[in-house]
Design a protein around this ligand. Structure first.
Ligand code: TPP
Length: 298
C-alpha cells in the first residue's frame, strides 16, 4: 500500500529544464515532472508520438521514442536488455497519452501486462488526441465535444462512454494498478515511490487537464482536476496484485459533477438532463467503489 509522503520528501534536484514549450496550464508537463522527481534519474524514459516529447524537457539521461503503436514492445525489449546486463534497478518508464494507451498502443500494452513485463506504464489522460488537434480517443468521456465529435444540430458530443483502462489492466492481474490526479501530488508521488520498488508490470492512470483541448482557463487546471476527484468523476485508488482494491482518498461528501463540467468549454453545451445522467452514473459508480473498498475484488 502506498505510504503517505510529503512532497518535500521528493528529491530536491530539479529534473526539468527551464523554458517549457508546453501550452499554458498543461497538466501533462506537471505530471511528467512529478513522475521523474519520484522515479529519479535511474530510469529510462520512453515516449511515443504525443504532446509528451514536447512538454517533457526532463534531465533523465536515457530517452527513447519508438513508433506510436510500439511502446509496450519497445519497453519489453529494453527491460529484458537491462536484465541481461544486470541492471534491473533501472525503471523502464513509459509516459504515454490516452490515445497511445487506450487505442493505438492497446494491443501491445495488454500483451506486456499479460506477460508481466518489468516496466512502469504511466498514462497522462487528457482525454483526446491533443497533439494532432483534439480528436476523440476511447478515453474521451461521453458528451465531450472534440474535433471529431463536434456539437452541432444533430450531435451532442461523444456518444459512447469512456473506456475504463485501469480496471481492464487490473483484470490482467498485474502487480500494481493505480489512478492519480495532477491535483493530488502527494498521492501521485507516494504511489510511484511504492510502485518503483515492485517488479513486474505496473500501471498508473493520471487525470491530466488540457486547457487547449478542453476549452478551459489555464489557471483552472488544478481546480478542474481537484473537482473531478471531489465529485467522484475521477476516483483515486490502487489495486494490488490485480485483486486488492483500495480507495486512497475518500471525499466526505461528493461535490456535484456540474461544478467541474460547467467550467469546461467541451461540456458547455450540456443540457440539465445530460448533466443529470452524468451525475447518476458517477454517484452509482462511487457507491460501487465504496462497497469494494479494502476488499479483494477479482
Ligand atoms: C501509427 C500512428 N498513427 C497516428 C499518428 C499521428 N499522431 C501523432 S501524435 C497523435 C496524437 C496522440 O494522442 P495521445 O496519445 O492521446 O497523446 P496527446 O497528443 O494527447 O498528448 C497522433 C494521432 C502517428 N504518429 N502514428
Amino acid at each position: 500500500m502506498s505510504k503517505k509522503m510529503s512532497i518535500r520528501d521528493l528529491r530536491k534536484e530539479e529534473v526539468m529544464w527551464p523554458g517549457n514549450p508546453a501550452c499554458q496550464g498543461c497538466g501533462g508537463s506537471i505530471i511528467g515532472r512529478l513522475i521523474f522527481k519520484a522515479l529519479g534519474r535511474n530510469s529510462a524514459r520512453v515516449e511515443v508520438a504525443s504532446c509528451a516529447p514536447g512538454f517533457m524537457n526532463i534531465r533523465v539521461p536515457s530517452f527513447f521514442g519508438p513508433a506510436f503503436e510500439g511502446a509496450a514492445a519497445f519497453m519489453t525489449g529494453l527491460a529484458r536488455g537491462y536484465k541481461i546486463i544486470g541492471r534491473e534497478d533501472i525503471v523502464v518508464a513509459g509516459l504515454i497519452g490516452d490515445g497511445g494507451t487506450a487505442d493505438i498502443g492497446f494491443q501491445g500494452l495488454s500483451g506486456a501486462a499479460e506477460r508481466n513485463e518489468n516496466v512502469f506504464w504511466f498514462t497522462y489522460d487528457n482525454e483526446a488526441y491533443m497533439n494532432t488537434g483534439g480528436q476523440r480517443s476511447s478515453a474521451t468521456p461521453e458528451f465531450a465535444s472534440t474535433s471529431t465529435t463536434p456539437v452541432a444540430k444533430m450531435s451532442r458530443g461523444k456518444t459512447s462512454e469512456k473506456k475504463n483502462v485501469p480496471m481492464i489492466l487490473a483484470l490482467h492481474h498485474v502487480p500494481y494498478v493505480a489512478t492519480a490526479s495532477v491535483a493530488y501530488p502527494e498521492d501521485l508521488t507516494a504511489k510511484i515511490v511504492y510502485g518503483k520498488e515492485l517488479r513486474g508490470f505496473r500501471y498508473m492512470h493520471i487525470n491530466s487537464p488540457c486547457p487547449t483541448g478542453w476549452g478551459t482557463d489555464p489557471k483552472d487546471t488544478i481546480k478542474i482536476a481537484r473537482l473531478a476527484v471531489e465529485s467522484g468523476l475521477w476516483p483515486l485508488y490502487e489495486i494490488l496484485d490485480g485483486r486488492h482494491f483500495k480507495l486512497t482518498y475518500k471525499p466526505r461528501e461528493l461535490k456535484p459533477v456540474s461544478e467541474t463540467l460547467k467550467i469546461q468549454g467541451r461540456f458547455r453545451h450540456l443540457k440539465d438532463e445530460e448533466i443529470a445522467s452524468i451525475q447518476k452514473a458517477t454517484t452509482e459508480n462511487w457507491s460501487r467503489l465504496l462497497a469494494i473498498d479494502g476488499k479483494d475484488i477479482f
